[in-house]
Write a protein that binds this ligand. Structure first.
Ligand SMILES: N[C@@H](CCC(=O)N[C@@H](CS)C(=O)NCC(=O)O)C(=O)O
Length: 203
C-alpha cells in the first residue's frame, strides 16, 4: 500500500507531514499541487479537501486533510514506540494545545508574514508581528526550561511548531533574541531522518 502526499514544496503545513513521514522512515509519493496556478481550487482536488488547502494524505482507502490531523493518524498507525503522540492525559492535552497554537498564532504570525513575502503581497505587518513576538516569547520561556515542548522527548508538538518557526526570518522575524528557540530548532534538525523545507530564494 503506498502513501501519497499532496502538497506544495514551500508550504510549511506540507513540510511538517513530510518531515514526520521521513522521521518514521515511511516511503511515500509526493504529488505537487500547484498553488500559484490554483490547482488546489480545482474540482479534482476539492474532492480530496473541500477546503482547498494542502496537505492531503492518501493511504490506501484513507484520505485525510489537515496537517495536524495527518500527524495524529501517522503516529497512531505507524509509530510503534508511541512517543510521538503520548497517551498520558496531561501530555496528550499539551500536544493538542500546541496543535491549536500551530493552527492559530503560528499561522497568523510567522506563517502570514512568510506567505506575504512568498507571494510578494503588501500587508499590514503590525498584527502578525505582534502575534509572532508573543508566540516566540512563549516558546522561549518554555524551551528555556525543557528540551522539548512536551515532556522529555520529541513529540508531534515539536514537529507541528518547527517549520514556520524555523522559517520565520523569511517573513522578517528575527530569531536572534530567542536562543532557547534556536537550540530547540537545532535539536529537531538533528533528529535521524530530518529533512529541511526549501528556503525562499529572496532570504
Ligand atoms: N489547517 C490546515 C491549513 C493548511 C494551509 O493553510 N495550507 C495552505 C498552504 S501552507 C494552503 O493550502 N493555502 C491555500 C489557500 O488557502 O488558498 C492544515 O494544517 O493543513
Amino acid at each position: 500500500m503506498s502513501i501519497i502526499l499532496h502538497g506544495f514544496p514551500l508550504s510549511g503545513h506540507t513540510h511538517r507531514v513530510e518531515l514526520f513521514l521521513s522521521l518514521l522512515g515511511l516511503s511515500f509519493t509526493r504529488v505537487n499541487v500547484d498553488l500559484p496556478q490554483g490547482a488546489h481550487k480545482k474540482p479534482e482536488y476539492l474532492v480530496k479537501n473541500p477546503l482547498g488547502e494542502v496537505p492531503v494524505l492518501e493511504d490506501g482507502e484513507v484520505t485525510l486533510a489537515d496537517s495536524n490531523a495527518i500527524l495524529v493518524y501517522l503516529a497512531l498507525r505507524y509509530d510503534p514506540t508511541g512517543h510521538w503522540l503520548p497517551r498520558e492525559p496531561v501530555a496528550l492535552a499539551q500536544v493538542q494545545r500546541w496543535f491549536s497554537i500551530a493552527a492559530g498564532q503560528l499561522k497568523q504570525g510567522p506563517g502570514t508574514l512568510r506567505v506575504a513575502a512568498l507571494f510578494k503581497r503588501t500587508i499590514d505587518r503590525s498584527g502578525p508581528v505582534a502575534i509572532s513576538k508573543q508566540l516566540l516569547s512563549l516558546l522561549e520561556a518554555t524551551l528555556a526550561r525543557q528540551s522539548w515542548l512536551v515532556g522529555s522527548d520529541a513529540t508531534l508538538a515539536d514537529l507541528s511548531l518547527y517549520t514556520y518557526t524555523a522559517h520565520a526570518p523569511e517573513g522578517g522575524i528575527s530569531l536572534e533574541p530567542y536562543p532557547a528557540v534556536r537550540s530547540w530548532l537545532a535539536r529537531v534538525e538533528a533528529l535521524p531522518g530530518f529533512v529541511p523545507m526549501a528556503k525562499l530564494s529572496a532570504s
